[in-house]
Design a protein around this ligand. Sequence first.
Ligand code: NG6
Ligand code: CA
Length: 526
Amino acid sequence: KGPIGLQVHAGVHQKMVFRNLEITELVAAKPAEASKPNVVIIYGDDVGYADLGCYGAEKIPTPNLDKLAAEGVRFTDAHCAAATCTPSRYSLLTGEMAFRKEGTGILAGNAKMAIAPEQFTLADTFQAGGYHTGVIGKWHLGLGDGKTPIDFNGEVKPGPLEIGFDYCFMLPSTNDRVPCVYLENHHIVNLDPEDPITVSYGKRIPDDVPGTKYPDGRDNPEAMTYYMNSHGHNQTVINGIGRIGMMKGGKSALWDDETMADVLVEKTGEFIARNKEKPFFLFFCSQDIHVPRTPHPRFRGKSDLSYRGDAMVQLDWTTGAIMEALEENGIADNTIVIFSSDNGPVYDDGYQDGTTVKTSSEEVDRGHDGSGPYRGGKYQIYEGGTRVPLIIRWPQGIEPGVSDALVTQVDFLKSFANHLEVEVPADAARDSRDYLDAFLGKDEQGAEVILEQAKSVAIRQGPWKFFTGEAVQFRPKGQKANPKEKTDEGQLFNVEKDLMEQNDLTEAESEKAAELRALLKKYRQS
Ligand code: NG6
Ligand code: CA
């Protein structure tokens, strides 16, 4: 039984009935109680462990994030579920590791929704707990049912509203993929019906209506005036930036890359003001610092790096602006604010944006290493791929501090569900466990084991880490594979003593290796 007398354990049917109950009315007049703090997740994109000052960055000023950390718990061994975006977000929202489900790899901009409407999600958890729920920013989890093509000119669904969110304002996919327009609830914002959108991944779109097609970087590289691509990203050119995928039409609806952070912050301010009287859950997904990095001109030159560092300064500003909105509405102290990232850092991810890269497996930008002392980054099974910043601030419920507890975002769902006394359907969220005490800084231990996904899957247990197979999912042009990065026998590292995962201990610690091999196999098959 939930706190307001509702049960949500019998799957689809009950869930639908539950959704039809118009939960917003039930709780509308009730301000958030201590037992029901608002929850805001500020989710960075490709933000590495050491891209924040409070995690060691020296070339990127992040005063707002540092303040958040000083007032909350800063985690040193927190993980996203996967080393790329779609699987990581899938796992956070469903409490299930993405390797268990097809169609959860990096998705195209017209891919079908990775989460099925009948799946129970983190958003459902909050709805069932009497919260109003919203998602603002980058989505990248697909849209539509896959049976009929997504109709970007009509009702775009199923989408977030069909999996537990009451409101959405978002980029349908990513900032480097078409369509380059905002979606609010079921409709593209500012779309002129006389200029419909066509989207294609694969086949070129015929240029049959004069004036509706954008340049294609493959025919007109000179159109890529913002900066050139380095790999991929040379199809439709919008705002001088080459994108992945083809699009025509929708001119009046196009986003402006440099004001994206401002737009998302504005929408967030409105969401917070609208919902300040009721408990709410907001999943705020910044496009920063994913490519193309296009910080507003007021942030240019504000880091000692280039676009990448400046985009991080913009994300820090965004965080400060969201905190300010909570303050202005008088709810900052009873809001759990969570800052984290969907995967580790990457430097050249497809554009020549001035991020300097040393072509080895350990990349750095002008001496700035976004994964700090850890090995690797985005696309990689090494710690840099999934060990990300995690800061949780909640003045009414958390003592500030630093925690070395081992935690993973896949555990958010059950942790909040138990806190809100929401029953999760038996077959849902099977990788999620209740570690709320660890998230609130009250348990220094955290999880006994966690899984980390890249191309393969790794298991972490205390200082130990074991994985088999290919360690690196994608290498930028010019980066050679190191034969040691692929092993069928598996590799065992002690990530506390050997932060750079250099000394494979499968032989020296053969018992531990055998134990973890068996445990990993069990998890993968369960
Ligand atoms: C890759 C893109 C990369 C980025 C990534 C997804 C190329 C060559 N590379 O396929 O630029 O978009 O997908 O990033 O196109 S993520 O953070 O959303 O997972
Ligand atoms: Ca990402």
